[in-house]
Design a protein around this ligand. Structure first.
Ligand code: PLP
Length: 329
């Protein structure tokens, strides 16, 4: 079976922006819809200064929002863990995100939103803040480029960085703490790899920058249970694997198991299932390239998405109510 190419995933769906200014994407900041490059953050926002924020990312494919309610539930849980309050209700949040997709006219979209601590109110040290909402939408994007997807990535298990412990920053709350992950990607590049995987420092795998990690060995699909974000794509892959009749295990996964498995892949909203071909430079299988079961999971994922599986159809026929471009071109 051949892996469905990125061009097929995103290229077959047209884009008709409400205004040419939205062709690169749209943003919603300070209560207004804007062309993406005009979306701004006030410099004193604590989200910017201290990474003091919660966020989430959902995607649209072929005009369907994917598992919106699950993303919203996870986002609300992240906000609660960080004592943040979304100034918008759930309904308003979904309306803003949908409007951003409609204004950009995208069928396949990457949809990001956050609530930051915002601006301090009153005296310093008062702990009173005006929490703020930000969102943007761009054409759908993949963490891995086409060549990496087609050939499978070389994953490097980081030696220099460990994933921040859950009792420092809770990884189940989607957060802006990225420096351990970012620096591990530099390490991976320095070691000739494409992307990194982090352990807990004790030999157990956690996750990867922006992704969950999976391996397949003797037909069993395994992913770490803890010290990672409970990815919506991870959940989706566990369901797909079950539908394909594969055994799934969510538990402790050792770094050594990744080095000796049959197949491995990363999962993320930004790219869905991204196959690995090598771990620490060594090929996983004699043929290298994406594994057979990974390819089956990957293709099933996209075929179901195009059919609207777990999807909410976006109504592109109705204009965005009350919308006027702030600065007409
Ligand atoms: N782990 C981390 C650290 C992430 O940032 C992400 C997504 O951005 C994921 C895992 C994958 O989660 P999901 O599949 O919900 O996008």
């Amino acid at each position: 079976m051949q892996l469905i190419e990125a061009g097929q995933i995103i290229g077959s769906h047209e884009q008709t922006p409400a205004d040419p200014a939205f062709a690169q994407g749209t943003a919603h900041t300070q209560g207004q819809y804007r062309p993406i490059d005009e979306g701004v953050v006030p410099i004193q926002d604590m989200g910017f200064i201290h990474a003091d924020a919660a966020y989430d990312v959902v995607s649209a494919s072929a005009g369907y929002l994917f598992r919106m309610q699950e993303h919203l539930d996870r986002f609300n849980a992240s906000c609660e863990k960080f004592h943040l309050e979304n100034p918008y209700t759930d309904e308003e949040t979904v309306e803003i995100l949908t409007n951003l997709v409609k204004l950009a006219g995208l069928r396949d979209a990457y949809i990001w939103w956050a609530v930051t601590r915002g601006k301090m109110l009153g005296e310093r040290g008062s702990m009173e803040f005006e929490n703020r909402f930000y969102a943007f939408v761009t054409p759908y994007l993949f963490i891995m480029n086409d060549e990496q997807r087609r050939n499978g990535a070389n994953l490097i298990i980081s030696q220099d960085y460990r994933r921040i412990p859950p009792d420092s920053v809770d990884p189940t709350a989607k957060n802006f703490h990225w420096m351990d992950m970012k620096l591990s990607v530099f390490e991976a590049a320095g070691r000739g790899g494409d992307w990194s995987v982090l352990t807990d420092g004790e030999g157990l795998l956690t996750e990867s920058p922006g992704c969950n990690i999976f391996l397949i060995h003797d037909g069993v699909v395994k992913t770490p249970a803890t010290d990672c974000l409970e990815g919506i794509t991870r959940q989706t892959v566990l369901e797909l694997a079950t539908d394909l009749g594969l055994e799934t295990v969510v538990g402790d996964v050792y770094a050594s198991e990744l080095e000796s498995c049959d197949e491995a892949f990363l999962t993320s909203t930004a790219g869905a299932i991204m196959p690995a071909s090598h771990v620490n430079g060594a090929a996983l299988a004699p043929h290298a390239g994406p594994g057979e079961l990974t390819t089956q999971l990957h293709n099933l994922y996209w075929e179901r998405r195009w059919d609207g599986w777990h999807g909410e159809a976006i109504d592109y026929s109705t204009p965005v109510a009350g919308f006027e471009l702030a600065h007409p071109a």
